[in-house]
Design a binder for this molecule. Structure first.
Ligand SMILES: [Zn+2]
Length: 127
């Protein structure tokens, strides 16, 4: 089950086999193009060829967002994309990379899901 929050951020679309919302793609592309995510090649007579960040410190947030967006884009288009799934613990809206039989993003979510299942079982049997 993919939750409403997952659908609104666009990550739920590929998991469900739906096209990604244009707004989600635009938001990632906007972050990717605001600041370069890697240092650029520069020439200086004293240093010679070297790499340096091209963004001023005033763009540090844009640079951080560009780095996060690059990581998200790599994940969504890379070999691990097929393993991306929504956490199976309600009301969690996080994602995880499926590994074996793992269904939850954290031990806390797993414990909450197991407790809810046990409570439902007790209510069904009346004990
Ligand atoms: Zn979770």
């Amino acid at each position: 089950m993919v939750k409403a929050a997952a659908r609104s951020c666009g990550l739920g679309a590929p998991i469900e086999g739906r096209p990604a919302p244009a707004g989600a793609i635009d938001a990632v592309d906007d972050a990717l193009t605001r600041a370069p995510a890697s240092a650029l090649l520069r020439w200086d007579p004293g240093l010679g060829l070297h790499r340096a960040a091209s963004h001023p410190t005033a763009q540090i947030v844009d640079h951080a967002l560009a780095t996060l967006a690059a990581g998200a884009a790599d994940l969504l288009t890379g070999p691990d994309a097929a393993r991306l799934t929504a956490c199976g613990s309600i009301p969690c809206n996080r994602y995880l990379l499926r590994h074996g039989r793992r269904h939850w993003c954290s031990v806390r979510c797993g414990d909450r899901a197991r407790a809810a299942r046990a409570c439902a079982r007790r209510n069904r049997t009346g004990r």
